[in-house]
Design a protein around this ligand. Structure first.
Ligand code: 5GP
Length: 145
């Protein structure tokens, strides 16, 4: 088992060292848009406490995180007028994990559409900002980013 790296991208976002289009934040979790969205509104939900993934996260932290995942999923569904939501979560590199701070993907899906493939370029900042604003409004999160 490898250890938690304090310099992973999401740890830097949590410390404010890297920017993110935040949609929800409380004492325990942060949600922000994925910059390579598989569908418009693709959001990542992370705990503030450090862990690599589902395999080493404290169970109580996981329960708190899952409450947040549900809350964010409802906001994303409303904001994007989605017909469904995919939740994805990967554990360690062989299973597809790329960023080693626990996170859940919240991916809105419309009737007749399939998420993906992953875009080769980052989504335009203005587009991400507009989508984040819609999700924040749906969540009433009061974040001012
Ligand atoms: P996973 O580790 O579950 O495979 O996926 C990590 C996710 O983080 C990917 O979907 C990728 O697009 C996203 N990602 C990678 N770098 C950044 C970043 O700097 N900012 C944001 N918001 N997302 C990122």
């Amino acid at each position: 088992m490898t250890t938690y790296d304090n310099d992973n991208i999401f740890a830097k976002i949590l410390r404010g060292e890297l920017p993110a289009h935040k949609v929800y934040e409380d004492d325990d979790i942060l949600a922000f848009l994925d910059i390579f969205p598989l569908s418009e509104g693709h959001t990542l939900v992370i705990p503030k406490a450090p862990s690599r993934n589902l395999l080493d996260i404290d169970p109580d932290t996981l329960c708190t995180l899952m409450r947040g995942v549900q809350k964010v999923a409802l906001g994303v569904k409303e904001a994007l007028e989605a017909d469904g939501i995919q939740i994805r979560q990967y554990n360690e590199a062989p299973a597809g994990q790329e960023v080693f701070h626990t996170h859940f993907h919240v991916i809105p899906v419309k009737e007749g559409q399939r998420p993906g493939p992953r875009p080769s370029d980052m989504a335009p900042q203005e587009q991400l900002a507009a989508v984040a604003g819609k999700i924040r409004a749906a969540l009433g999160s009061g974040l001012n980013t």
